[in-house]
Design a protein around this ligand. Sequence first.
Ligand code: PEP
Ligand code: MN
Length: 269
Amino acid sequence: MMIDKDTQGAATATVTVGDVVFGGQRLVLIAGPCTVEDRTQMIEIACAVKEAGAVMLRGGAFKPRSSPYAFQGLCEEGLEILAEARERTGLPVVTEVLESSQLPTVAAVADMLQIGSRNMHNSVLLRDAGASGKPVLLKRGMSATIQEYLYAAEYVLSAGGRHVVLCERGVRTFETATRFTLDLSAVPLLKEQTWLPVIADPSHGTGKASLVPPMARAAVACGADGVIMEVHPCPDCALCDGDQSITPELYYNLVKELRAVAQVVGRDI
Ligand code: PEP
Ligand code: MN
C-alpha cells in the first residue's frame, strides 16, 4: 500500500499546513473549542491558545452529533468566524467536513480538512477529500482496527491526497468510566507501519477534562507528532463536549509541561 513505510523509506514524511509542519522535530499543538459557538468565544479562545503555544486552531462548524436534536454547529457562519480567528492570530485552521457536498464550502476556508471518527469508513468522502488536494486530518474510527484505519488513509492517498495526518482519538471498549479508551499504543504502532505523521486527541479519547493533561503528557512521551485538545473558557457553558474541555489557563500550564516532556524524548514544542 502507499502508506506502508517501506515504500517511502524510513522517516516519517512531513505534512505542511501553512507554516505548520507535522512530522518534524517540532510537535504540533492544535487547540480550540469543540464547536464554534460565536465570534467572541472563538476569537477569545484563539488568542488564548496562541499565547499558550498552540500553532493551529480547531473548531467545528459542521458538527457530527449523536442526537439529531443536538446543536449541529453554526455551519457557514462558523466557517466565517474561523476565517476571522485565523486572520486575528495568523494560525491555520482545521475543521470537520461531514459530507462530500460540503467539500467546496469547507475547503474554501479550512487550511486542513478534518474527517471525523464517525466518517472514517465513508470511502466516498475519503476519496473526495483526497482529490481536493487539501491536507487531511483523519481521525481513527471509534471501532476501527488499525488495519481498517490504514485502509481509510489509503483511500485518501489513492485519490491523489498526499498530505494526511493520522489522529488516535480513542476507541470503544467494555470500559464505561471514560468516554472512549485512548489507545496510545496505536501512536508508535502507526508510526512503525506508515510514514504518516500521527497525533493524539486526549479530549475525545477520555471525555474527562481531568484526564486530558496526563494523557496529553503520555501522548508526547510515546512519540506523537502533535496533540489536539478542546479548550473552552467556560467548559460548563460549552454547547458541545464541555466535560472534556479544559480552560485556557489550564492549557497554558499544560503546554509548559508538554514542552518538558518533549525535550525528554528529543522533540521541541
Ligand atoms: C471533534 O473533533 O470535535 C470530533 C467530533 O471528533 P471525533 O470525530 O474524533 O469524535
Ligand atoms: Mn468535540
